[in-house]
Design a protein around this ligand. Structure first.
Ligand SMILES: Nc1ncnc2c1ncn2[C@@H]1O[C@H](COP(=O)(O)OP(=O)(O)OP(=O)(O)O)[C@@H](O)[C@H]1O
Ligand code: SF4
Ligand SMILES: [Mg+2]
Length: 303
């Protein structure tokens, strides 16, 4: 439903141009959860920002067969975003009621008269008490704020929800509740989710497809079970080895010792720190290899 093709993003640092996303392609099918996982600084949020059009990029972003050029109101109705820090994305001066009303009115979801009842049902759907809407964001807990952010996003019936580190900063038990809420709503409402996280347990638990990103390039992608049970790329293995194997709602991040940096002309993004590096990785063009019709890996030593 949403295709990203050959995405490139660069930022200026002084006189230099630094490429943060390099020729990246990603596909979000209808009614699927796609997990994007990688360490901090790998470019995950940059991809989300390119999709919603708040940064410059080259490449194609295609929604239901049409290249997105101008993002109109309809685009933002179809593609909604949930951020890590909901407090920062909700106007602190407004009541929750006003915060929720805004998109419902903008996108003409229901008539003004029908809004109170609509919000009442919305609160039920995200597991909050009705009277919470009288409060302001600062009067809510992190978990409650995240539920409000989810309520606001789903109120306009989006086709895709982009959730950038949606559980980060929440307590373990609250995290588990929000995970359950995501699963429930995804099952009921038939929208796709692009789930962005460095938390492998979370990604592994929720996603239908997993994309592993390293330094702005996809190094492995496949169906959930292909990635969880048959990891091929050394970076994917490292990421998964360095996190607990079961979902415990715990923060986890792959720790790669980036101090052992090798100088190399290889086009493999992992070559500077890869333990399996050999001269062949430098001689050959490292392209994606097919493991199955849905599983691909960018490493020459996998077959
Ligand atoms: N506006 C910007 N100007 C310059 N550099 C930027 C800008 N935004 C991001 N970057 C750089 O781009 C790289 C990718 O950043 P990005 O925020 O996409 O990473 P991330 O994978 O989301 O990390 P995290 O897990 O910490 O959120 C980083 O090196 C970051 O410093
Ligand atoms: S291609 Fe070579 S350097 Fe790159 S990940 Fe595979 S083994 Fe490591
Ligand atoms: Mg980020």
């Amino acid at each position: 439903m949403l295709e990203i093709k050959n995405l490139n993003v660069s930022f200026k640092k002084g006189n230099k141009k630094i490429r943060v996303i390099n020729d990246l392609s990603l596909n979000i099918p209808e009614n699927n959860i796609v997990g994007l996982v990688g360490e901090s600084g790998s470019g995950k949020s940059t991809i989300a920002k390119a999709i919603i059009g708040v940064i410059n990029y080259s490449g194609k972003i295609i929604f239901r067969g049409e290249k997105i050029e101008n993002r109109d109101l309809n685009f933002y109705k179809n593609i909604q975003m949930i951020f890590q820090n909901s407090y920062g994305s909700l106007n602190p001066r407004l009541s929750i009621k006003k915060i929720l009303e805004e998109p419902i009115l903008n996108f003409k979801i229901v008539s003004r008269k029908a809004i109170p009842n609509f919000i009442k049902n919305l609160m039920k759907e995200v597991g909050l008490k009705e009277d919470i809407v009288q409060r302001t964001p600062e009067e809510l807990s992190g978990g409650q704020l995240q539920r409000i952010a989810i309520a606001r996003a789903i109120s306009v019936n989006p086709k895709i929800l982009i959730a950038d580190e949606p559980m980060s900063g929440l307590d373990m038990s609250i995290k588990a509740q929000i995970v359950n809420l995501f699963m429930k709503l995804h099952g009921e409402k038939n929208f796709s989710i692009l789930l962005i996280s460095h938390d492998l347990n979370l990604i592994g638990f929720l996603s239908d497809y997993i994309y592993v990103i390293f330094k702005g390039e996809i190094v492995e992608r496949g169906k959930r079970e292909e990635i969880l049970l048959n990891k091929k790329h050394p970076y994917t293995r490292l990421l998964f080895e360095s996190s607990p194997s079961t979902w415990k709602g715990k923060e986890s991040i792959g720790k790669v010792d980036i101090n052992i940096k090798r100088k190399t002309t290889s086009n493999c993004p992992f070559a500077t720190i890869c333990e399996n590096f050999s001269k062949k990785c430098e001689r050959e063009n490292i392209e994606e290899r097919k493991i199955s019709s849905t599983h691909f890996v960018r490493c020459i030593k996998t077959i």
